[in-house]
Write a new protein. Sequence first.
Lengths: 248, 135
Amino acid sequence: MTVVSGEANAVTFTVGGARRGFLECLPVALGVASYGVVFGVLAVQAGLSVLEASLMSATVLAGAAQLIAVDVWAEATTVPVAAVVLTTLLVNLRYLLMGAALRPWFGGLSARAAYGSVFFTADENWALTMGVYDDADANGRPVPGAYLLGSGLAIWLCWVGATILGAVAGDRVGDPSRYGLDAVFLAVFVAIAVDLWDGGEQLRPWAAAFAVALATAWAVPGYWYVLAGALAGGLVTLPTPEPTGETA
Amino acid sequence: MIDGPLSLEPLVVATILAMAIVTYATKAGGLWVLGRLESHGHSSRSTADLERQDPAGGQPRDDGPLAASGRRLERVLGVLPGAIVVSIVAAEVLEGGLAEWLAGIVVATVAWKTENLLLAILAGVVTVLVIRGGV
């Protein structure tokens, strides 16, 4: 099949590609580590051991979801299994879209390479990777398929390391809000929102979600506001007329 | 605390593993679903449909109600992640006071301008500390 311009070029999967991803992602990984430490602190204060907190960071690798999970945990008297798993699913739904976006390049990789790599997807290295892949396509260069893996490994190392640091220091830190660390939680989510913002079409659904979540959080205890806001956003977007000639 | 730093409570570990499975499902799910759709000829079919239409630009595709609801679903799925994230932000600012509201605005501005996560977080933390009267 002839390669048409705009289609994916040859996609490699090499150690060199992984190494490039790792090195180029290190500065970003340090930023992630900053709130990894906060996660560690909050986790042990919520009742997890250092080992449990580290296990979560190592196996889940999803900062926003982990932060909200330990928030749910801290409020509960017994282990809040259902609430934690549900909020984790909701907060991580965006990964479905991010994984799908990788399809043009990952479709040609072996299942092991593709599905092994996506474990190491985080917001930051995904954005970095998409930029590199698009750029390679635009310039007719081979695409480093292992870039996601390498960049993800940098984040994984920093994330787990930071968690351990925070967890060990955790009990000694006292009240995190004394250092403004509770703002880190807010900052992470605001930063993700800014990242997800794609233009005017999202204004109405997002405004609806925000308003409904605000009202629900005020009226109803627990984490129902997440579901309510999501439903509101989804419902508001339904009657939008089809844009003409515009790609989704 | 009775548990040591290396303790592992079975229910906690089970919850963590459930989180991990659910998270991996979201990370791998999009890729997997598209792979299944492609192997059932989904994308090749829509390409053929497009070729049958007049390729003049700007025309809305008229390829049936099924494709239209597919696009609607895509649009709803596309807006869900943002809706969920702003819902969480909403609850956070509700809980907090002036400090949190302002921090949120500062973080959004810094994140928008610099696209640097670390700077955005620092800006938020500094804002909160300054408004609360400093440390």
